[in-house]
Design a protein around this ligand. Structure first.
Ligand code: ADP
Length: 501
């Protein structure tokens, strides 16, 4: 009988379900969008029931379109948007409020106070994270402080906390399992990444009752069975990981020094640093990666705030192209950047600068500059930003990287990937299957249930890919990088108005 793995990929704007056959081929995919709510400027929420019902609905549709029986699915993997925070009633399963989404800035002041009180170093040392509203801890505290009677109910053990994976596992198991995995736990700012346990000192600091916390276990392990009445069959939930860590695993970055970049709306670079954490600085984070052959791995993570979004901006903001894919042919008309650099610091800059006051700019314009140069400069900006994060990672861990694996919407752009390879002077590898996040969760689930023997077997499955190799002289590379540095430094610390507000 055929065997398949189902992967639930729960993202910020929608739910996806992908069914893979054991050779990693995509059998069926279904997705559904659902709304985000913005109740006040800077606040972002979601209805936990939207998350759940959309996820269940795409799972059922995927089985229909695959034309298979539920009994043919041998394992279930879950991957999800990270940090988003949900609290619910242990007895009724009813959420106490909307989910607070990772993007929500409502606790910015709380984080600023923690920094003023000199607590950032402790948080950094224990969790590998920067003190930022992005992570779950201050979101949980906000709910406990702002919903009447909630803290007392939590102390009485009536309330449960979960990131989106935990919320799904709880509901899929019919309210039996309250669990998360190391990768998701490592994004809460409450989890000690060295001891791999909830940190008592941080729980005291954020005034969070330990009773609400889920149990934590490796990504590649058995979490429990789904309740047959929820999905249509009792399936083993056996792979769980946050989206970026799942993509790292789906790209087969199992060993120290292997890294991937996802060129989505933003850019997410993760590098496997092996079985011990590397101290991060300059906007890089240290985080837990999926376990490999029973051993916990760590990763360095760097985010680029505006990656593919720069292409949306030249399409919608400037009207220079009519679709994202057109960017490549428009850029190709110019043989090079003609000295033009576009720094897309629209919302400040992420790693390695971490400067909220940087603002975007186009530099090097002359009378001969034209739209082709600007579109090319936009594409190249994704590559320069990636180059800078990789350089920061190389110096943090003293490893020279030799290959970069890529995915995400903008990785369809050959011009970008060729230029990326030229600027980094390493090979850039694009897999044929772009669904690396869902694939990562499927691999984890398949490994934990014995469908795959080991990661070596998985590596053999994933061999098909496009490889881009550097074709640029050292002199040209150095010149271009110097031009980018010149441009980017002129955008730093720019927004004096926001600073004086
Ligand atoms: P996310 O999951 O973050 O929403 P995706 O991985 O779907 O994003 O990628 C979407 C991004 O990729 C958009 O910002 C879009 O501008 C960009 N993009 C899509 N196709 C291309 C292309 N051919 N060239 C350059 N950028 C592209």
């Amino acid at each position: 009988m055929a065997q398949y793995i189902m992967s639930l990929d729960q993202g910020t704007t929608g739910s996806r379900c992908i069914i893979f056959s054991l050779d990693g081929a995509l059998k069926a995919a279904q997705s559904m969008e659902y709304p985000l709510f913005y109740p006040r400027p800077g606040w972002v929420e979601q209805d936990p029931y939207d998350i759940l019902t959309s996820q269940l609905s795409v799972a059922k549709k995927a089985v229909e379109t695959a034309e298979i029986e539920w009994s043919e699915i041998a394992a279930l993997g879950i991957t999800n948007q990270r940090e988003t925070t949900i609290l619910w009633d242990r007895k009724t399963g009813k959420p106490v409020s909307n989910a607070i989404v990772w993007q929500c800035r409502r606790t910015a002041e709380d984080c600023a106070k923690l920094k003023e009180n000199g607590l950032e170093a402790t948080i950094r040392q224990k969790t590998g994270l920067l003190c930022d509203p992005y992570f779950s801890a201050t979101k949980i505290k906000w709910l406990l402080d702002n919903i009447e009677g909630l803290r007392q109910r939590a102390q009485r053990g009536e309330i449960l906390f979960g990131t989106v994976d935990t919320w799904l596992i709880w509901n899929l198991s019919g309210g039996k399992i309250h669990a998360t995995d190391y990768t998701n736990a490592s994004r809460t700012m409450l989890f000690n990444i060295h001891t791999l346990s909830w940190d008592e000192e941080l729980l005291r600091l954020f005034d969070i009752p330990p009773e609400i916390l889920p149990t934590v276990q490796p990504s590649c392990s058995f979490f429990g069975m789904t309740d047959a009445s929820v999905l249509g069959a009792a399936l083993p939930i056996s792979g769980v990981a946050g989206d970026q860590q799942a993509a790292l695993f789906g790209q087969c970055c199992f060993e120290e020094g292997e890294l991937k970049n996802t060129y989505g709306t933003g850019g997410f670079l993760l590098m496997n640093t092996g079985t011990s954490p590397v101290n991060a600085s300059g906007g890089l984070l240290t985080t837990v990666a999926c376990d490999v052959e029973g051993k916990v791995h760590y990763a360095l993570e760097g985010s680029i705030f505006i990656c593919g979004a720069v292409i949306q901006w030249i399409r919608d903001g400037l009207g220079l192209i009519s679709s994202a894919s057109e960017s490549e042919e428009v850029a190709k008309v110019a043989p090079d950047n003609g000295g033009v650099y576009l720094v897309p610091a629209f919302v400040g800059l992420g790693a390695p600068y971490w400067d909220p006051y940087a603002r975007g700019a186009i530099f090097g314009l002359t009378r001969s500059s034209n739209k082709h140069h600007i579109v090319r400069a936009a594409i190249e900006s994704m590559a320069y930003q990636t180059y800078e994060v990789i350089s920061a990672m190389e110096s943090a861990c003293g490893i020279k990287i030799s290959s970069l694996k890529v995915d995400g919407g903008a990785a369809k752009n050959d011009l970008l990937l060729q230029f990326q390879s030229d600027i980094l002077d390493i090979e850039v590898v694009r897999p044929y299957c772009f669904e690396t996040t869902a694939l990562g969760a499927a691999y984890l689930a398949g490994l934990a249930t014995g469908l795959y023997k080991n990661t070596e077997e998985i590596r053999m499955l994933a061999q098909k890919s496009n490889i881009f190799r550097s074709n640029m002289s050292d002199v040209d590379r150095k010149k271009l990088i110097a031009g980018w540095h010149n441009a980017v430094h002129r955008t730093l610390n720019y927004d004096i108005y926001e600073k004086t507000d």
